[in-house]
Ligand binder design. Structure first.
Ligand code: A2P
Length: 324
């Protein structure tokens, strides 16, 4: 493996960049102390992130070695045909490095365990609004050949670590039986409405880090049937936040690390005040009772619906739970 410097360890909190287009907010986040930036080709904004990183390096705010940069392989760039399409992984990874203006990623994730045949599709919805499969998307559950290609590009030095995202326990077990290379992490939706307990425990017990996306509940306008409200408006969260003199967002972020120190929350915000507020969410402890009360809010509710529906049967675990 041609690494030039030892891999950085995973920082305790990350900045999500989904739907973020403001270079200045990324600059501000790093200046405020964030050391993990979570990107993806599918977010179509990596050039803005790259501009922020370049400015931060030029201004001497941080060096490349201070920052842990994550990006993800889109569904369109899996190995669709074994032995033929490995170049899709390479071209996506190289485009990502170009957009981010970096020589190497710290961590390269497979965004989903699903492949789209058409490289020209951007990130279409795999299901139509009525829940039926989108006929313009030819997709399949595929990750083994793609993983092998990712291993090769890690070994060539284009990234320090590789991992997965949105994988179920069954898929991780399947990958384990296929490859000797263990994913560095699994990034999945993780918040009090979707605690994904068995997946978290499986990862931690297997020495696989957990990156928690949407720890605040994603700002979505659809809510789970029992609570019927956003996490930030949930009365249990608000009561515990007030009792600890913290905001609801800080309470949620703190909870995400409370069950296990191996969980790293990835929080999105474009607002400078909230970026600083979220960074201050760690470094104190919720009581055991508070952690349990928050965990009891679990409804297996995912704000991000799974692509698995089209392939039916692959997602049997909690990760599959949907909110419809
Ligand atoms: P904004 O960018 O205006 O701050 P998640 O990370 O769970 O997906 O949540 C992201 C959403 O939560 C975004 O809409 C973001 O909006 C909002 N958000 C981020 N931090 C806070 C906060 N401290 N308080 C309230 N809302 C927040």
């Amino acid at each position: 493996m041609s690494t030039t410097s030892p891999p950085l360890s995973l920082p305790p909190i990350g900045l999500g960049t989904f739907k973020t287009s403001i270079t200045s907010s990324i600059y501000h986040a790093v200046k405020s102390g964030y050391r993990l930036i979570d990107c993806a080709a599918a977010y179509s904004n990596q050039e803005a992130v790259g501009d922020a990183l370049q400015q931060l390096f030029e201004d001497g705010v941080v060096t490349r070695d201070d920052i842990f940069v994550v990006s993800k392989l889109p569904n369109t760039h899996h190995v669709w045909t074994e032995g033929v399409d490995e170049g899709r992984v390479e071209s996506s990874l190289k485009d990502t490095l170009k957009e981010l203006k970096l020589d190497k990623l710290d961590l390269f994730l497979m965004h989903w365990p699903f492949a789209f045949e058409d490289v020209n599709l951007h990130y279409p919805s795999a299901r139509l609004s009525d829940g039926s499969p989108n006929p313009s998307v030819s997709m399949k559950c595929e990750y083994k050949s793609t993983w092998d290609a990712m291993v090769r590009f890690r070994d060539l030095g284009l990234c320090n670590q590789i991992g997965v995202s949105n994988f179920t326990i069954e898929q991780m077990e399947d990958l384990k039986s296929h490859s000797a290379v263990t994913p560095f992490c699994n990034q999945f939706e993780y918040h009090p409405y979707c605690t994904n307990d068995s997946l978290r425990k499986y990862c931690v017990d297997s020495g696989i880090k957990v990156m928690a996306y949407s720890p605040l509940g994603s700002g979505s306008s659809s809510y789970p049937p029992i609570s019927g409200c956003s996490l930030l408006d949930n009365s249990v969260i608000k009561r515990i936040a007030t009792a600890n003199s913290r905001s609801a967002a800080q309470t949620l972020i703190n909870w995400s690390t409370a069950s296990d120190e191996n969980v790293v929350p990835v929080v999105k915000s474009e607002n400078e005040g909230r970026i600083v507020e979220n960074m201050a969410a760690l470094g104190w402890e919720l009581s055991r009772d508070a952690v349990e009360n928050i965990s009891d809010l679990n409804e297996n509710y995912r704000f991000f619906k799974s692509y698995g529906g089209v392939n039916g049967g692959w997602h049997d675990g909690v990760l599959e739970a949907r909110g419809e």
